[in-house]
Design a protein. Structure first.
Length: 376
């Protein structure tokens, strides 16, 4: 499902509609939705086994919906014979972890909105967004907390799904939910303040994206400006090689945050070099070594967006006079079948980089150029 969805999206950005191209040879929509139905609950084998429920199936629906939108095929999501949006929403009830239900459900809500069906989320007798807020509020009572490669604070576990849900509220236009039981933007802001400085480098981007899409960036501009400067200072003292997750992707997040807020002065040579040079010593634990493709994918994507991807393709003494990219590929750790080395993340980042090389003659996809977030 993920391979098809990424391929469909990438080709659409090259003006190739795979649904139309294969129309007379393969029932591509049928293939995708049949494959989704074959996904079993709790099939993900990782540190959160047993907490996912139908999270994998929900994620598959979400990726297919985004692929349909990219190809202007929203009509395939709801047909006379099957309402795939209704089927996707049913998966929410079988995701026990508030973290995974909130994070995954928020992306599903955004995909449904992109398809043009946002009203089914809160205007047809059931309010999925309010239900999600209720479920997130019950997290302490439920006690089904996710595990991470590094220990994360309780506030991180709470703010992550809340921020993604705020963004989906902007996508759906269901602004009444922003003040359901409490001021949800203020709640997110207070949780963000309670994070450790390194955790905040991850979530700062999510917060700024949410308030911008909600049309609240002017209201929050002093908080946002202070936050971005704070993130830049934190990034200057982070060692990305400390671990592949918490520290490993922190600098990449800050670079992206600096880009979207127009604070490029925070992207210093020191920050760029620290990030680009970090992968040769990202071997403190075996888990860090085998998962190096994960932070490398983040770095490749963010540095490309910032115009500094050359840092990963030029020879460096830190990598025996190879480029960071060549060295990383040559030093992929051997792992057993079924082990997750996050290599797929590197593949996705390479596709992203290649699409950046297509030039400006390809217009934005209709689904995105015609979509507007609804300001609160």
């Amino acid at each position: 499902i993920m391979q098809y969805s990424i391929t469909i999206d990438a080709l659409a950005k090259l003006n190739i509609n795979l649904f139309d191209l294969l129309e007379n040879t393969i029932d591509l929509p049928g293939l995708l939705f049949r494959s989704i139905n074959e996904i079993q609950s709790n099939g993900i084998k990782d540190e959160n086994s047993g907490r996912h429920g139908d999270y994998e199936k929900l994620s598959a629906y979400t990726s297919v919906f985004f692929a349909l939108a990219a190809c202007d095929k929203a009509d395939l999501a709801v047909t006379r014979s099957r309402n795939h949006i209704a089927d996707a929403l049913k998966t929410l009830e079988n995701i026990p972890s508030p973290f995974f239900r909130g994070r995954g459900g928020s992306m599903l809500f955004s995909a449904i909105s992109l398809l043009g069906y946002s009203e089914v989320l809160y205007k047809h007798g059931r309010d999925y967004i309010i239900e999600m807020l209720d479920y997130l509020d019950s997290a302490d009572t439920l006690g089904i907390n996710p595990s991470f490669p590094q220990s994360m604070s309780p506030e991180f576990v709470k703010v992550y799904p809340l921020l993604t849900l705020l963004n989906s509220i902007a996508a759906t236009g269901h602004h009444q939910a922003l003040n359901y039981r409490q001021d949800r933007v203020r709640q997110a802001s207070e949780l963000l303040e309670a994070l450790t400085p390194v955790e905040r480098t991850h979530m700062g981007l999510y917060y700024i994206t949410a308030v911008y899409n909600l049309g609240l960036i002017d209201q929050e501009k002093h908080r946002v400006n202070a936050l971005v400067e704070q993130l830049g200072q934190t990034a200057e003292v982070i060692d990305p090689s400390e671990n592949y997750f918490l520290h490993g992707i922190a600098c990449s997040y800050v670079i992206e945050t600096a880009m979207i807020t127009g604070k490029q002065h925070l992207i210093t040579d020191r920050l760029l070099n620290t990030l680009a040079d970090s992968f040769s010593t990202m071997d403190k634990r075996f888990e860090d070594e085998i998962n190096r493709p994960y932070p490398f994918a983040y770095a490749l994507t963010m540095l490309a967006e910032a115009g500094h991807v050359d840092k990963l393709f030029e020879p460096s003494p830190r990598y025996d006079n190879q480029s960071a990219t060549s060295w990383m590929i040559g030093n992929l750790a051997q792992i057993g079948d079924g082990a997750d080395g996050r290599l797929y993340m590197f593949n996705h980042a390479l596709i992203n980089l290649m699409l950046r090389m297509r030039g400006t003659r390809f217009p934005a996809l209709n689904a995105y150029s015609g979509f507007n977030f609804k300001a609160a």
